[in-house]
Design a protein around this ligand. Structure first.
Ligand code: KG4
Ligand code: ZN
Length: 346
């Protein structure tokens, strides 16, 4: 089955064709980063307009690169949430129209479930079913959570962020350091050669709270403290461009975010007793995070699954892949799907 996937939940306009849930025939991502760069973050109005202008061309390119024409498409899959309402609507309306015109099924996909599926988009990876039960650390610009994948369509959120997402913490930190947007790759680049132990920034709360009501947040994240700590540090120790301390300040900031993520993941693995772990989303590209995840996996005897770099950040291959594996909302319910900006996994 050839599924055409469409993804417009945030600032990437993406389309892909995936066969049988695993074989990526094409994956086209039009990044809007240059449009949002002057504003230091994603501007929803600009994102939706850009999706509208570029999606038809992106879909046609995905089809051409897959070597197919319209008759070769067996289903259309689309992200219907979570994300920016106006951006989601562009993809969803386009997908509904295409499915109607092509007389093929429409499949509605949860963006977060698609990220969790991304590590199996490789011919050498095991299929999703055999990966479960698995704990996924989902880290992106809009989301940060720990998810237990019990099997296809069965997900449970174990922890989430109480304030900023990890990618947002990178972006805000880079802004304070004058490194521009997007912040994650900029901080990673500048950190090379820096001393990650130069300053100890807060890691958020890692201890299991003693009282029962706080128990449920034991696996939750908080990144507002590290950002505020950086802000106060820079007020007391200004760091102009070219300062010799910049690499070490950036490396220390990156270390605090990575440690906070890996520590919660370690607690989750202990609690859940699962042996397979994955890290997905744009922040999973970070090489320091990958290094520490490998160390964690070795020390706990876990199997670690990471997506190929092209499927970490937002893309449509993960959307088409998940739909092709039989997951998502299909049948009569699909055509009445609305954009769901706050859709929660599970
Ligand atoms: O998954 P993604 O493309 O979009 C969302 O769904 O949000 O993730 C984008 C986020 C941005 O915050 C960006 O700064 C971060 O991923 N990011 C990174 C790296 N590459 C992208 N963070 C840390 N290190 C990286 N190498
Ligand atoms: Zn995403």
């Amino acid at each position: 089955m050839n599924v055409l996937g469409i993804e417009t939940s945030c600032d990437e306009t993406a389309a892909a064709v995936v066969t049988a849930g695993r074989t990526v025939r094409s994956s086209v991502v039009f990044s809007q980063i240059p449009l949002h760069q002057p504003h230091g973050g994603v501007v929803p109005e600009i994102a939706a307009r850009s999706h509208l202008e570029n999606l038809p061309r992106v879909i046609e390119t995905a089809l051409a690169q897959a070597g197919l024409n319209w008759t070769g498409i067996d289903a259309v899959a689309v992200t219907h949430g979570p994300g920016l309402a106006s951006s989601l609507l562009v993809g969803l309306s386009t997908a509904k129209a295409l499915a109607m015109r092509l007389r093929v099924p429409l499949i509605g996909i949860d963006h977060l479930e698609a990220h969790v599926y991304s590590p199996v988009l490789s011919p050498t990876a095991p299929d999703f079913q055999s990966l479960c039960p698995m704990i996924a650390l989902l880290v992106s610009g809009g989301h940060t959570c720990l998810v237990r994948a019990e099997g296809p369509g069965r997900y449970r959120r174990l922890g989430w962020t109480l304030d900023d997402a990890a990618g947002e913490a990178f972006d805000k930190g880079a802004n304070l350091l004058g490194l521009g947007y997007p912040g994650g790759p900029a901080i990673e680049r500048v950190s090379k050669g820096g001393n990650p132990g130069f300053i100890r920034f807060p890691r958020g709360q890692t201890h299991k709270p003693a009282n029962a009501s706080a128990q449920s947040t034991a696996l939750c994240f908080s990144f507002s403290g590290v950002k505020t700590a950086l802000m106060y540090y820079l007020k007391a120790h200004p760091c102009p461009p070219g300062s010799p301390d910049l690499a070490s300040i950036a490396a220390s900031y990156q270390e605090a975010i990575v440690d906070a993520l890996v520590e919660r993941l370690r607690l989750a693995m202990q609690q859940e007793g699962a042996r397979r772990v994955a890290a997905v989303g744009g922040v999973s590209l970070n090489s320091r995070l990958r290094e520490k995840l490998k160390q964690l996996a070795e020390s706990m005897g876990l199997e670690l699954f990471l997506p190929l770099p092209e499927y970490c950040a937002d893309n449509a291959a993960m959307v088409a892949g998940l739909a092709g594996s039989g997951q998502g909302i299909s049948g009569p319910d699909a055509m009445s799907l609305d954009a769901e900006p706050n859709l929660e996994i599970g």
